[in-house]
Design a protein around this ligand. Structure first.
Ligand code: NI
Length: 146
């Protein structure tokens, strides 16, 4: 896939990714997710790859057990691209394979677990903190945009 329609300013969209002024033209955002995933190797550190309507599309690599947490005000979408992701809930355990997607509603405690490396897309409001109400050394704010 390519978003380059022979533009001579290929980096302009990415360079001005902040909030746009009222009336300003929208910017087309196209990314190749697999290319973005090649840019980093660390786990549990989501990166932003697109933003729309106050929400962010993020990619992350997961391995091991994350912390139990919930998000008071945000529903959280997990879309598995690679590997098998277990999401423990208080009443059940979800097992997501590549192509599977689920939305964890706000307020629902969850613990993502990846026995082997998992690649995911996350889609959630920009206010969402990865560890929700369980602030820890794994909490990341001001996420990098790639
Ligand atoms: Ni969460």
């Amino acid at each position: 896939m390519s978003a380059d329609s022979s533009s001579d300013t290929p980096d302009s969209a990415a360079a001005s990714a902040g909030a746009r002024q009222p009336g300003a033209a929208a910017e087309v955002q196209c990314v190749t997710i697999q290319d973005k995933l090649k840019l980093f190797d660390d786990y549990w550190q989501p990166r932003i790859v697109a933003e729309l309507n106050g929400q962010q599309v993020k990619v992350a690599k997961l391995k091991g057990e994350f912390d139990w947490h919930s998000h008071a005000d945000e529903d959280e979408l997990f879309w598995v691209l690679l590997g098998e992701l277990t999401i423990r809930l208080e009443q059940e355990t979800l097992r997501l394979r590549p192509g599977d997607m689920c939305v964890i509603p706000r307020g629902v405690r969850h613990q993502p677990v990846a026995e082997e490396e998992v690649h995911v897309v996350l889609f959630e409001p920009a206010t969402t903190i990865n560890t929700g109400d369980a602030l820890s050394a794994r909490t990341h704010v001001d996420l990098e945009r790639i």
